[in-house]
Design a protein around this ligand. Structure first.
Ligand SMILES: [Zn+2]
Length: 404
């Protein structure tokens, strides 16, 4: 048994802060959480005065197979799977080194995400717990078709869904609308699937107790995703042919359904503002603020790997995305909640992680300072535990451009 003591322990339950608290860990599992002295004796005690202990952070939307060195569209002819898997492992290392202890990978090719997930669990690679969607389901030539998940009618959709589940997918991803980055795909304001087709994916996932993430920029795609009963809507940008156009009635529908929305808020937006002008970026950000006002349950996810307008979206810049949420009216306490306990619930893993309680996995971080006062303190990592194993590798030098 090990005990970690800190000036503050945030359990993840809304508003619950234990001053001068301690977390006892038995192997991979949390044994107890309470005030100093509550856990009894231990073989090892780590004292962290001036620090805050909180649940490990969750990134609900990553693409470990991409970074600035890979063009997602043309790469099929370029990088071998062997090489790509090593790149994914490096991105997973970066992610966990930013304090992310669980990440949902929402699209990649050749089931490499399954191999990486299992390698991390075995201890062969350093990274967060991964929940993997494998190949996103998309129409022929549609958004991200090159990941191998093309399907144009219901039988084909069910087949791809079942093949993904057979390969070990933890969730399914459907491209309900078009998107940027794929030249042959419909634009993001065009829907790719009907409500019935999305529902077929939800049904297939449900037979294995899994959830569905729906990529949806277009109004019609957002509506269909809600009607079909997906677990999370990705982006939810209310995009039209003339840019972002927030729809309050549709937002109310999303809020009433309880469907989680991952608006893929990331720190690249500040630099995008310089690149593409502030009008589009501000419209998007005001949409995120409006969704909060409407009572939609938003969660943290960075879409890391997919840069835009020539700006890289790095796996180790997770906290920068949380700081963008702060610009939309969220308090620091709310942001920590949407990055931990709410994200865990949205991803279907709240029974095992996302909060600190006896019996949960020992996925936690310790930071110098107090992120309730100063969100940037989440960067001052002193400790990252994934299932009780310390995996912090901040500052490790590698050959990739995005480190050091
Ligand atoms: Zn994505």
């Amino acid at each position: 048994m090990r005990i970690i003591r800190a000036a503050k322990v945030l359990t993840g339950r809304p508003g619950e802060v234990i001053a001068d608290g301690e977390v006892a860990i038995d192997g991979a599992t949390i044994a107890s959480v309470g005030p100093r002295g509550s856990a009894g004796d231990a073989d090892e005690v780590l004292e962290l005065p001036g620090h805050t202990v909180l649940p490990g952070l969750i990134d609900a939307h990553v693409h470990l197979g991409f970074d600035a060195k890979v063009n997602p569209v043309t790469r099929r002819s370029g990088e071998s799977d062997h090489h790509l898997l090593l790149r994914m492992a490096e991105n997973a290392r970066k992610l966990v080194s930013a304090g992310v202890t669980t990440a949902r990978d929402l699209g990649g090719r050749d089931f490499l995400d399954v191999a990486l997930r299992d390698a991390i669990e075995e201890g062969l690679a350093v990274g967060p717990h991964l929940l993997v969607a494998t190949r996103p389901i998309t129409i022929t030539g549609g958004h991200c078709w090159y990941m191998g998940g093309e399907a144009d009618d219901e039988p084909a959709i069910r087949r791809v869904a079942r093949e993904n589940l057979r390969a070990g997918a933890d969730c399914l991803k459907i491209m309900a609308s078009g998107g940027q980055m794929t030249p042959s795909a419909p634009p993001s304001w065009i829907r790719q699937y009907s409500t019935e087709e999305i529902r077929a994916v939800v049904e297939e996932a449900a037979t294995r107790g899994k959830g569905v993430a729906a990529h949806a920029h277009a109004h019609a795609a957002i509506r269909s995703a809600v009607e079909a009963g997906v677990a999370t809507i990705e982006h939810c940008s209310f995009f039209t042919s003339s840019g972002h156009r927030y729809d309050a009635e549709l937002a109310d529908l999303v809020a009433a359904s309880g469907t989680y929305v991952c608006p893929t808020v990331h720190g690249v937006y500040w630099r995008l503002k310089e690149q593409v002008g502030s009008e589009m970026i501000d419209a998007w950000l005001s949409g995120v603020a409006a969704m909060r006002e409407a009572g939609i349950r938003l969660i943290a996810g960075t879409d890391c790997g997919f840069g835009s307008a020539g700006v890289d979206n790095r796996a180790d810049e997770y906290v920068a995305g949380l700081e963008v949420f702060a610009q939309t009216g969220y308090s620091n306490a709310e942001i920590i909640e949407l990055a931990t306990v709410l994200a865990a619930d949205a991803c279907g893993v709240s029974a095992v992680t996302g909060s600190l309680a006896a019996g949960k996995r020992a996925d936690l971080i310790a930071v110098r300072g107090d992120p309730l006062d100063r969100l940037a303190d989440l960067r001052n990592l002193a400790l990252v535990l994934v299932s009780g194993r310390s995996v912090t590798q901040t500052g490790v030098d590698t050959v990739t451009s995005s480190v050091g």
